[in-house]
Design a protein around this ligand. Structure first.
Ligand SMILES: [Fe+2]
Length: 235
């Protein structure tokens, strides 16, 4: 009774060999930026995210040059694996920010609406390789095997056993020094940090555009090169 599955979500990962050597410098820069960020505007049960506190441009900060270079190299490998012709596109890091999750904190369900590709680098993970400091959770809103809409709702209890054919989420345990890459539109969250130590990561949002001078038709589907845009003459 074979069952075939189709349409996998591609989550890329690479364990960066220089991670331990870079850790202290990255953490020092993150603490410095966090201390200079905006006054807290997140709920206490939610992790501190730089993008909500004016700390969203670490990609332009030389203290993050090493990790930015890693993101660029690995995103190119990811897109190559997805079969994309890199000769036809340009890539931009649009935003990049730290995330600090203290004991008891989490990140709610969201996706990154303004970008195409997202990357996360795990700078510091207490009890690395376990689920204790909080897992990245990917959600499958398409629910391809939910034969009757709502069948899997917690109000029905009709699913007798959860398995890989009926799950609506995938749980990814963080590993210190690991870089992961996934489509920005995929809804995700981070579960609660159950340790007493902070868990620190960096998030990157990347945009794909057409290269200048592409064949007719490209700009209908890919964002045209930003260098060809004209900003309104507004005051
Ligand atoms: Fe996110």
């Amino acid at each position: 009774m074979p069952i075939e599955t189709h349409f996998p979500l591609a989550v890329y990962f690479e364990d960066l060999p220089e991670a331990q050597a870079q850790k202290a410098g990255l953490l020092a820069a993150i603490w410095d930026l966090k201390a200079g960020g905006a006054a807290p505007r997140h709920f206490p049960e939610m992790a501190w995210t730089g993008d909500l506190h004016g700390v969203e441009q670490v990609h332009l900060d030389p203290r993050f040059d090493w990790v930015v270079a890693q993101v660029e190299a690995n995103v190119l490998r990811y897109l190559t694996e997805l079969g994309i012709d890199l000769g036809q596109v340009d890539l931009y890091i649009q935003r990049a920010w730290p995330v600090v999750s203290l004991a008891g904190q989490e990140v709610g369900v969201h996706c990154h609406n303004t970008s195409h590709i997202s990357a996360v680098y795990y700078v510091s993970v207490p009890n690395s390789g376990s689920d204790e400091s909080g897992c990245l959770i990917f959600f499958d809103n398409s629910r391809p095997n939910e034969v009757s809409p709502g069948l899997g709702s917690e109000n029905t209890n009709i699913i007798a056993s959860w398995n890989e054919l009926n799950q609506d989420q995938a749980i990814y345990e963080p590993l210190e020094g690991r870089l992961i890459v996934f489509p920005s539109k995929r809804q995700h969250a981070v579960s609660v940090n159950h340790t007493d130590l902070e868990r620190v990561s960096l998030s990157f949002d990347i945009v794909v555009t057409a290269k200048p001078g592409q064949a007719a038709g490209s700009y209908e589907f890919l964002t045209p090169p930003p260098g060809q845009w004209r900003r309104f003459a507004m005051a």
